[in-house]
Design a protein around this ligand. Structure first.
Ligand SMILES: Nc1nc2c(ncn2[C@@H]2O[C@H](COP(=O)(O)OP(=O)(O)O)[C@@H](O)[C@H]2O)c(=O)[nH]1
Ligand SMILES: [Mg+2]
Length: 391
């Protein structure tokens, strides 16, 4: 198996690999490299920093290789397969496995809030054999992470019984055994959305169900990165993430059907207080998109509640109760069709859900807005039993 174009033959052993997927991140990757190198150096480990680039046209790999790394080894690779974050990460798994690293830390290349101590905090629980999977716990602006907040967090928690607040945060640590599990999966997953932005939810869901340990969370402070406006930039990511999640729901049905309780994944570390950057969301655009998409897909959406469709078509927003029912209905439909078009049925409702959240939390702090996320999670948990019965 090889997912890397040219992997140096003489790579020796490393204790820790830090992997950074990238695509046109020349402006931000140097900071991630410098902080990682400092972190690795302070731990006194033999570390390797690897960049897996998707053919950037802005010189990202060159910036990466020219970044000062305090003597910590660096390697940049081009991955094979479908163009996407998941393919880039698969190549990083392969390198980490090849050098027999005990822990693999993965970091997004657009991270601006990373500090050296993040490396130790992320890798500590794996290096000390307490788990095979560490997820990040950060403060994010209330309008950042809308796919996380409205789908991945509440659905993953309700299904599998473990609250991981950032199941697709991008910055993780994986142990060597779990890396082998990822690499042992049938090759066709890499022709699916797992090769794109489905990778994070895929990693987290497998970690919960197959790693033999409970994943843990580590407090990292703020996540500041190149944030996106949901109505303008997140359509592709939404489809890729949600299809992967529903696909895994089918695969792991025996794992979630009997789960009735929900606990919080253990948290390590105390978060430092950091300032968040403001994020602006175009609310009118979200509502108009929601209304427009529902109109275009009217004939397809007949399997959904008519009154919900009427309300959304009228206001461009959807409340928690209607949203949760709709997500579950689309998941059930997907089980029948297994088609991406079914996932697309949910897109307009996602824009409406985001619009509703933006509207209702306009005068709230990020901290206060979290109560709505909690409320929504409770609704997912409450309505799960009906899904189990209909599944
Ligand atoms: N190699 C590669 N990396 C990608 C691709 N798309 C995204 N990435 C990387 O994946 C990480 C997360 O992407 P980002 O756009 O920040 O996603 P978000 O923060 O989850 O909205 C970043 O480091 C990107 O550079 C791709 O097609 N190829
Ligand atoms: Mg990002």
């Amino acid at each position: 198996m090889t997912y890397v174009n040219e992997i140096p033959k003489n790579l020796s052993h490393y204790d820790l690999v830090v992997g950074i997927p990238s695509f046109n991140n020349a402006e931000t990757i140097e900071h991630v490299v410098k902080m990682s190198a400092k972190g690795i150096q302070s731990m006194g480990l033999k570390g390797l920093i690897v960049n897996s680039d998707g053919g950037s046209t802005d010189g990202t790999p060159e910036v990466f290789m020219n970044s000062k790394s305090l003597g910590v080894d660096k390697l940049t690779i081009r991955y094979t397969g479908i163009s996407g974050k998941g393919s880039a990460v698969r190549a990083l798994f392969e390198v980490s496995n090849k050098v027999s690293a005990k822990a693999f830390v993965m970091l997004d290349s657009d991270l601006r809030s990373i500090e050296p101590w993040w490396i130790e905090r992320l890798s500590g629980p794996v290096l000390s054999d307490q788990t095979q999977y560490v997820a990040p716990l950060y403060q994010r602006h209330k309008y950042d992470g809308t796919i996380t907040n409205n789908v991945c967090y509440p659905l993953t928690a309700s299904l599998y019984g473990l609250k991981i607040r950032q199941p697709i945060g991008g910055d993780f640590c994986v142990g060597s055994h779990l890396i082998k599990t990822y690499l042992s999966k049938p090759n066709d997953v890499w022709n699916s959305h797992v090769a794109r932005f489905g990778i994070d939810i895929w990693m987290t869901t497998i970690a919960i169900n197959e790693s033999g340990f409970k994943p843990v969370q580590v407090a990292l402070g703020a996540k500041i990165h190149d944030a996106k406006d949901p109505g303008k930039h997140l359509e592709g990511m939404f489809i890729q993430v949600v299809q992967t999640l529903f696909e895994l729901m089918i695969e792991y049905e025996e794992h979630w059907k009997n789960v009735t309780t929900v606990e919080t994944a253990q948290v390590y570390g105390v978060p430092p207080v950091q300032q968040l950057e403001d994020i602006t969301v175009d609310l009118d655009n979200l509502k108009n998109k929601a209304i427009g998409i529902l109109k275009d897909r009217k004939d397809r959406l007949k399997y959904l509640d008519k009154d919900v469709i009427k309300r959304v078509s009228h206001t461009g927003t959807i409340d928690i109760e209607d949203w949760v029912n709709t997500v579950y209905s689309v998941a059930l439909k997907y089980k029948e069709t297994m088609e991406e078009e079914t996932i697309r049925d949910l897109l307009g409702f996602y824009f409406a859900r985001t619009a509703d959240f933006v509207e209702k939390t306009r005068d709230m702090t990020t901290f206060e807005a979290e109560s709505l996320i909690d409320e929504q999670l409770e609704a997912f948990v409450e309505k799960k039993q009906k899904v189990v019965e209909r599944w």
